[in-house]
Design a protein around this ligand. Sequence first.
Ligand code: NAP
Length: 299
Amino acid sequence: MGKRIGFIGLGIMGKPMAINLLKAGYPLTVWNRTRSKMDELIAMGAYGASSPKEVAARSDVVITMVADSPDVEEVILGPDGVIYGAKPGLIVIDMSTISPIVTRRISEELAKKGVRMLDAPVSGGEKGAREATLSIMVGGPRDAFEECFPIFESLGKKITYMGPSGMGQIAKLCNQVICALNIQAVCEGLMLGAKAGLDLKKLLESVSAGAASSWMLINLGPKMIERDFKPGFKIRHQQKDLRLALELAAELNLPLPGTALVHQLLRIVEAEGLGEEGTQAAIVAMEKISGRKLSEGRP
Ligand code: NAP
């Protein structure tokens, strides 16, 4: 029989990932802080636990997909956390994007109880989570990685072992630096076109077929033009990731000028009250500093 999996955190990413594990046939226990988000999974056959501790007690592998470092600490080490339901041999896979330093600390705490931990953050957005096409960057003990490989295969299509604990998170921060600057590039290119009077839809079509094409341009460009800010990836989470990348760079004494600039520009978006919107709302910072809207959005 396949491993019994526990899943904690059924947000934009966690819910479709948990559904994919159910579809792959794994016996699944779920827990979410806001209990109503468990309903759909329970209706599909998952068991709804009353705490992260109970999730651990019922599982061979526990996956966490929450928000930031303190949240992962809370569900794993906090009162009623995973660690209190864990038996030796349990594997914890944290797929949230959090600090590599906090990851190592949690991993050391779990190791004292005979629990191995993998950090396995993902890239590919809500679409990648739904379609099980995520890129998964994994750090932690190699034997645990190999044992969990089939689980990763149910969630993603590119699975890469990056090295010891924390290295998955570091790879993800590099990914986020590239994504953030890419979004800013899309904002600037589109705004230049708008100000110069180009038809933005034609512009998008044309540049998407050339060397400027990217995931951000194809997926977020049309949403910027339509002013559809519904979140795939929230500005608030993007800011968390850029903060983590800048902290890592500071430790390494490495300048990341572009990342620092985008982090500041997104503060403008947050100050407009748009932190819960998707990263395509980055266009609002461009609009504020250029004194015009990109477009009128949907008619
Ligand atoms: P989300 O929709 O905001 O969901 C966050 C989830 O974490 C919710 O289930 C929330 O519970 C739970 N949570 C937060 N703090 C918690 C706490 N202290 N205790 C218990 N549960 C807590 O976020 P998301 O977009 O799914 O992102 C999840 C993680 O994946 C983040 O680390 C993000 O950076 C990363 N990520 C996201 C994307 C993306 O495109 N969305 C892509 C790659 C990676 P409630 O329901 O109770 O609020």
